[in-house]
Each structure stands twice: as C-alpha cells, then as structure tokens.
Design a protein around this ligand. Structure first.
Ligand code: FES
Length: 61
C-alpha cells in the first residue's frame, strides 16, 4: 500500500503522516522529541516513534 498523507501514524493522538511531515518541513522538527513537542505524536504509548523516525529521515533527504 502506498504511503498516504492521510495515514494515521500515531493512533494515540490521531496524528497523520501529513501532519508529521508538516511539523518537519514547516516547523523545523528534526527529532522524534521535537515532533512530540509540537504535535504530541509519540508521547503516549511510544509505539509510533520508530515510524516517526522514518518519516523524519525521509522528509529531510
Ligand atoms: S501510537 Fe503514538 S504514542 Fe501511541
């Protein structure tokens, strides 16, 4: 399945791939922690943090 911006990456906070990419490109987040500060993604159960990490490395290249 292709990655869609509408995919929910963080189920706990209902944060989509698109919102995470936006926090990286528009708000300058470069780490999982910063994405968490901005969106609260990854701050509850933490199981989405690996995926956030992957989105960061794809978005910055
Ligand atoms: S799925 Fe993101 S913190 Fe639980």
């Amino acid at each position: 399945m292709p990655n869609s911006p509408d995919d929910i990456i963080c189920n706990c906070m209902q944060i989509s791939r698109g919102e995470i990419i936006e926090s990286i490109l528009k708000m300058g987040a470069t780490t999982v922690e910063q994405v968490g500060d901005l969106l609260e993604a990854g701050t509850v159960c933490g199981s989405c943090q690996d995926e956030i990490e992957e989105i960061i490395s794809e978005a910055v290249k």
